[in-house]
Design a protein around this ligand. Structure first.
Ligand code: FES
Length: 118
């Protein structure tokens, strides 16, 4: 199983293919934001990769990052755990002023992924 390292939190074995946003919330047990429910719209599920950044991304991730002029981050709702990864989770419920982390993301990537090279 892939190993997920979350800076300052720990290392976790996560099921192959699990959405990263769900691994952060369920396996690493952090208060990761996902305001749009994992639909590639809000960008609050953002993480910074320290190692193991995937080479592929969904077209939806590319489009929302470009529309908002964001770089140096990835959207955890658009990534599955296929290999060892190390991330910095900076978008958390605590201190955000939000009442909750957002709607629960589905088990599968939404919208249905169209994979592209990063
Ligand atoms: S973009 Fe909203 S949860 Fe990922």
């Amino acid at each position: 199983m892939p190993q997920l390292t979350v800076e300052g939190v720990g290392q976790f074995e996560v099921p192959q293919g699990k959405r990263l946003v769900l691994a952060l919330e369920q396996d690493a047990a952090i208060d990761q934001l996902h305001a749009c429910g994992g639909q590639a719209r809000c960008t609050t599920c953002r993480v910074e990769f320290l190692a193991g950044e995937p080479d592929r991304m969904t077209a939806a991730e590319r489009d929302v990052l470009a529309a908002r002029g964001l770089s140096g981050i990835r959207l955890s709702c658009q990534i599955t755990c296929e290999h060892d990864m190390s991330v910095r989770a900076t978008s958390r419920l605590e201190g955000s002023g939000r009442k909750d982390a957002g709607h629960p993301p589905a088990a599968e990537i939404q919208p249905p992924p169209q994979w592209i090279e990063k």
